[in-house]
Design a protein around this ligand. Structure first.
Ligand SMILES: Cc1ncc(COP(=O)(O)O)c(C=O)c1O
Length: 445
């Protein structure tokens, strides 16, 4: 560990310039950098050796806690045994083992998994699968997609096109056309509603309106995050997802759940599909699939989708002209297998469900702070939204993120909302530590 930390510290003071950091205020950050040089369990250490609690599980991906030896050892062993095999027309056992293990966690009838390297690639892959599926069924005219305001579906061109967050799309006007956005589900009348808000299921009828306006037979798929994560945790109104499902069924539209954040126990079940008892047609995954240790994503599909696309191609032909050099990378697959084994051995999804009540109680204890505008949450995922400062969105949130860090806690903020998502291995005292740091920071805001 020290071997790695030392050179980093040596370079830290004068060599930050060359790394163009993503989703970061580069000039601001480089003037006062916050560097992490070590991580273990629920904790991080910065360049000064100060300990911080990780209140967002990295970027919602380190569900089993940092520094898991089981994953490191699996990665090491895989690298030595077979470091790389292409998945274009070749195979290796770890990929099949991971797909089979994932299929066991997924709802029925999901028994086919396409591997990618990130959530963004999963979303773009799902867009292409939707197009290929309809074309294989003789409905190639279905070229329109429906998404939602305030949606985040990654940053590739497909996902950006589905995006409903203004800053993520205003610079990039030339995205794919033919995307219709439904209204988002945040309603001030539901402020501080815990879990699924009672009001708002009828917002799902925006999908029907899109059908009425554009023609249902032209719509390929409807993409939603079951809980909209990156926009600040918007829990779906009770009955909303079921209503989307019904409308999709009525019109032959595919329903895609983007579970890049909600997958792998975050909501107290393997997937949001099970937590909300609504089975979509595709599920996009990434993040906690490998506990954040190695980049990897996946798209899981209903059997009918796989069978239709493969069945439509002539015998011996490639059925789906899509894939990445690193699709099903052996090392990522090994990390994924070890990760899923940890989730199973430690019962982490059940553990998340058991801790959720305490977690939400503690988060809701912050609601009387003068600066807090709304709190939303489900499972081990919560959003704490503060009032914008002087009417300028994001300014207070940005400042609070820095102050929270100085108070010993890392939490990802989006605009004026803190997204709290402790690792699923967290104990009650870890939740207390996160909430106490938030309370101190809110008090000083
Ligand atoms: C719902 C959702 N989809 C897609 C992505 C993109 O994932 P990645 O950053 O791995 O490309 C994210 C990332 O936060 C996400 O939350």
């Amino acid at each position: 560990m020290n071997v790695l930390a030392k050179p980093l510290e040596k370079f830290a003071t004068n060599s930050l310039e060359q790394h163009w950091m993503p989703f970061t205020a580069n000039r601001d950050f480089k003037a006062a950098p916050r560097l992490i040089t070590r991580s273990e369990g629920v904790y991080l250490w910065n360049q000064n050796g100060e300990k911080l609690i990780d209140g967002s599980s990295g970027l919602f991906n380190v569900a089993a806690g940092h520094g898991r030896r089981e994953i490191a050892e699996a990665v090491h062993a895989q690298l030595l045994q077979n470091d790389y095999t292409t998945s274009f027309g070749l195979g290796h056992p770890t990929a099949y083992a991971l797909a089979a293990k994932l299929a066991k966690l997924l709802p029925e009838p999901f028994n086919h998994v396409f591997f990618t390297n990130s959530g963004s690639e999963s979303v773009d892959t799902a867009l292409k699968i939707a197009m290929a599926f309809h074309r294989a069924r003789g409905e190639g005219q279905r070229i329109r997609f429906v998404s939602r305001e305030r949606a985040y579906h990654g940053v590739n061109i497909g996902g950006t096109s589905l995006s409903g967050m203004v800053r993520n799309r205003e610079t990039f006007a030339a995205v794919i056309p033919n995307v219709v956005l439904m209204r988002h589900t945040w309603d001030p009348a539901n402020a501080f509603a815990r879990g699924e808000p009672e009001k708002g299921a009828e917002l799902a009828d925006d999908l029907q309106r899109a059908c009425d306006t554009y023609g249902a037979a032209n719509i390929a798929a409807c993409f939603v995050e079951p809980v909209a994560g990156s926009t600040g945790v918007l829990v779906p109104p009770r009955g909303y997802l079921k209503r989307l499902r019904e409308i999709c069924d009525r019109h032959g539209i595919l329903l895609v759940f983007d579970e890049v954040i909600t997958g792998f126990g975050r909501l107290g079940a393997a997937f949001a599909a099970q937590a909300f008892d609504v089975v979509p047609d595709m599920i996009t995954l990434a993040k906690a699939l490998t506990n954040g240790a190695i980049p990897m994503g996946a798209v899981a599909v209903r059997d009918e989708i796989y069978e239709t696309i493969t069945g439509a191609a002539p015998a011996g032909a490639v059925e789906f002209f899509h894939g990445y050099t690193y699709s099903a990378h052996p090392v990522a697959c090994a990390a994924g297998l070890a990760t899923l084994q940890i989730y199973e051995d430690e019962g982490l999804f059940e553990r998340a469900r058991a801790l959720s009540g305490y977690f939400l109680d503690r988060i809701w204890s912050l609601k009387d702070s003068a600066v807090v505008r709304d709190i939303r949450g489900y499972g081990l995922l919560a959003g704490i939204e503060v009032h914008p400062q002087d009417g300028k969105p994001g300014v207070r949130g940005g400042e609070m993120q820095k102050r929270l860090f100085a108070n010993g806690c890392h939490v990802k903020w989006t605009g004026d909302t803190a997204i709290v998502a402790p690792p699923l291995v967290a104990e009650r005292h870890h939740v207390d530590e996160i909430v106490d740091a938030l309370a101190r920071t809110l008090k000083a805001a």
